[in-house]
Design a protein. Structure first.
Length: 571
């Protein structure tokens, strides 16, 4: 059936829903808009669903949420674990609370108990709740750091990590077999009476989660000593981090935390930013002036679902510098390993994990402390899988994991990136710097002096709609069929094709021990590399360029040359 037929079908199916009917009638003369909404279904993958809010197959709406939820229920029933129930959380985005309640009531209709939080909660709290409640799965309604017109539906497995590729494919199979009319919610009062809906109040999971986060402190005595002298400015960017982040720091003795007042309260319109993304230095346009006003040395912000954290730090001259995700990751990794070594708690089988597109400086730091380093595909679920593997085998002790996209974790009770955990570690690292009479910015520069000057850049090319999907496929197919021999004068020493699962070099072909993923990674001479991958959650193709040299200037210049040459390959 073509997109025009699907459009007409929706007009008939949902004629009784006045809002949906009016929205669809309003685009009657816009052929491109109709095509974009109906040329495909909103995809369900390892990151669940994410899309623009609106009516249509390729949009986030209650009908797609209900259908995805019934598919999830069918998957849980087939596995025989549905009686354990599903934990459900949501953030501050438009319709998040509506989508969350619809998720709970469809589960109830299918006989699956729903544990629904009574108000917005961060992603890491949901991940923690899945294990804490011994639930079979979890769902979070969020679109993370996307612009306000987006929302999404993340699904978590029983281990508290996002669904893996095989499980996501199974759920997708159930979803695709369902008609919208088959996916109905139970009446809320009936669900409560039948015990199929339980509302989780403000202390039932939160207290245990906060206590767990506090136990992750590596230098609690230092927080007590230096905490009263440290001044922080924090922004939750209108999201769910405000309460748990501030509560954690306050209970650990950090008394001078100033919150950006314009960004303190939940607001799905995110009126003070273009997108609520702490990866973007523009997210701190209100926070840094406030920090200068109150004399803060550290600024940090979390995104709406509080799984990511961005940072700006003041140098000895009083100038603020926004840090990259790789720089933050290396600072936190160094803090964790240095603190454990100092305390005598650095295990002999310690392990750290990063995504393949994150900086190689982290490997050098880990090696210095005798810690084994692992690389995984992009997506924190793969770090979660490593934690589970270590837990089951006992071969390694997980110490820290991160992604360059501003996600960090030092514990094992949560199996996703955790902005509250990261806020604690950053604050502790800042207190350590104060005790040493230095700054976090100076500590970062010392890492460069010791391990080499690494520069990392990410270029994202947005390619929306049906044409964009095809363009991304064409780019990847061309690079796969015609891999470059050199880039910007640097020889390509190996090509890693994660879709085929092979690494090809002059020495021959070896298998990669990772799931299939549409990623091409080009190893270059002298430890440099370039990687290309379509985003799994946004209509973008991403180019990662990483360089290392003996000076900051040489590394930056090489990175710029590599970036330009790599972009030309994608043209």
């Amino acid at each position: 059936m073509g997109y025009k037929q699907e459009y007409e079908k929706w007009l008939q199916m949902f004629a009784a829903d006045q809002d949906t009917a009016n929205e669809l009638k309003g685009i009657a003369g816009d052929e491109k808009e109709i095509e974009d909404r109906f040329y495909t279904e909103l995809s369900f993958g390892t990151a669940g669903m994410r899309g623009v809010i609106g009516a249509g197959m390729n949009r986030m709406n209650v009908y797609n949420v209900r259908r995805a939820t019934k598919g999830l229920a069918m998957y849980l029933k087939a596995a025989g674990i549905e009686k354990r129930g599903v934990a459900i959380a949501y953030d501050s985005r438009h319709f998040s609370d509506v989508f969350a309640k619809q998720t709970a009531l469809v589960l109830a209709k299918e006989g699956v108990k729903a544990y629904l939080f009574d108000a917005l909660r961060p992603v890491p709290v949901l991940s923690y709740a899945v294990r804490h409640l011994n639930a079979a799965a979890g769902v979070v309604i969020t679109a993370s750091h996307n612009p306000p017109q987006y929302n999404g539906y993340k699904v978590y497995a029983e281990d508290g990590a996002q669904l893996g590729p095989e499980a996501a494919a199974e759920v997708t199979g159930y979803i695709r077999a369902l008609e919208y009319a088959d996916c109905q919610p139970m009446d809320e009062q009936e669900a409560l009476r039948e015990g199929l809906l339980k509302i989780i109040g403000n202390r039932e999971v939160d207290d245990d989660y906060i206590a767990m986060i506090k136990r992750l402190s590596l230098r609690p005595e230092l927080l007590q000593k230096e905490g009263p002298n440290l001044r922080i400015v924090y922004t939750p960017l209108h999201g769910s981090g405000n309460v748990p982040v501030r509560r954690t720091l306050k209970e650990l003795g950090i008394t001078h935390v100033t919150v950006v007042p314009e960004q303190e309260l939940p607001d799905g319109s995110f009126p003070t930013v273009t997108a609520p993304n702490p990866e973007d230095p523009a997210a701190f346009k209100l926070a840094i002036p406030l920090a200068e006003q109150v004399g803060a040395t550290v600024v940090f912000g979390t995104d709406p679902d509080c799984d990511r954290m961005g940072v700006a730090v003041r140098d000895q001259d009083g100038v603020f510098h926004t840090l990259t995700g790789n720089q933050i990751g290396c600072l936190l990794l160094s803090h964790v390993l240095e603190s454990r070594k100092l305390k005598g708690t650095l295990p002999t089988n310690g392990a750290a994990v990063k995504s393949i597109v994150s900086t190689e400086m982290a490997r050098a730091i880990a090696k210095d402390y005798g810690v084994t380093f692992f690389d995984v595909l992009t997506g924190f679920k793969f770090i979660g899988e490593k934690i589970q593997q270590f837990s089951e085998t006992g071969e390694y002790t997980f110490l820290f994991g991160f992604e360059e996209s501003f996600g960090y974790l030092s514990g094992t009770s949560v199996r996703d990136k955790d902005g509250v955990n990261a806020s604690l570690l950053l604050t502790e690292a800042a207190c350590t710097a104060m005790a040493e009479g230095t700054t976090l910015y100076d500590k970062l520069n010392r890492l460069y002096e010791k391990y080499g000057y690494y520069t990392e850049k990410v270029v994202s090319v947005t390619l929306p709609g049906k044409d964009g999907v095809q363009k991304m496929a064409d780019i990847m197919a061309h690079l796969r069929a015609n891999p470059p021999k050199e880039i910007a004068g640097l020889q390509v020493t190996a090509v890693l094709d994660y879709d085929k699962g092979v690494r090809v070099s002059a020495e021959g072909e070896t298998r990669l021990d990772t799931p299939a993923s549409n990623v091409l990674y080009f190893e270059l001479e002298k430890g440099n590399w370039v990687c290309v991958r379509p985003s799994g959650t946004e209509p973008k193709i991403k180019l990662y360029v990483n360089t290392r040299a003996e000076s900051a200037e040489a590394s930056a210049a090489l990175n710029e040359a590599l970036k330009e040459a790599s972009q030309a390959l994608m043209a």
